[in-house]
Ligand binder design. Sequence first.
Ligand SMILES: [Fe+2]
Ligand SMILES: [Fe+2]
Length: 305
Amino acid sequence: MSFSIERYKEESKKVDVTGIDWTEVSAHPLSEGDLFCLHYMMDIENHVPLYLSHLLVTRACMDPILTAFLACWNYEELWHGENIGRLLNLYGIEFDAQDRIANVRANLGFQNSLSLLSTMAGSWLLKDFSAVYLTIGAINELSTLTGYGALIRKSGHPVLKELLSRIIKDERRHYAFYFNSAKEWLSGNQRAQKLDRWMLDRVWVPVGQGVKKQEEVDALAIYLFDDEQGEAELLDLDAKIGKLPGLSGIRLMSKALYAARERIRRNPRWAWRIIEQEGWAIKPPKRSPIGQLTGRRLPQEAGTS
Ligand SMILES: [Fe+2]
Ligand SMILES: [Fe+2]
């Protein structure tokens, strides 16, 4: 799997949606599970700038190759979220994308600041901390593209298939960068390998967890991967990550699927109730009205000031 940063810088662009027949979106049904996954995926794509803010406070950003990648990567991810939102709107689900993004961020609250500080501290205290988030980057990108593939299969929706197939090509390039960078860092570096493995075994969570609750993460895993093919795909994903130095035999996404199954075994309504109750709406935050966080005001407020 090769990756050239020079080529990536030259070729990076927003996902090309030319020729996608958007008028056909509402002509094909999407299940509640499909809609749940699309909202989850859109929110996480739209969360990338905040995730980036975590990366930019770390020591890894002394590396100009990494920052060049992040500059392009962030832009590409923006258009993934925009296009999933567009598809949902055209399907007939009404929401204001900017309000939704602001609500998701406002709901993170103090936990976001705490996580930012601990990432910063970790990176400056531990020289090999970079290996951990490069590896996590690889897992996140591979999980994302595997999830999109599974959603194409589950939904059978032709326009969604066309859009996600194009997004998957971007995710593959992102995965190649993170995987190769992690491999470079870990190769011949026992201390980094030990730290990486220790952190992944103990603190790693599936992509989106933290922004999304455990039950929502489980709902996504169960809807997309709780069949023979889905499970095989997650085992294959783990095997690919296990090829990084020091990570042989590691179980991450398959372990998350088994844990979700176990929670459902104990409570059969767990996760499914979120999908069935169409629990993808994002509630406005209790304490921080969007206007306070973004400087935007409701039209009537703007008019009176
Ligand atoms: Fe993406
Ligand atoms: Fe990506």
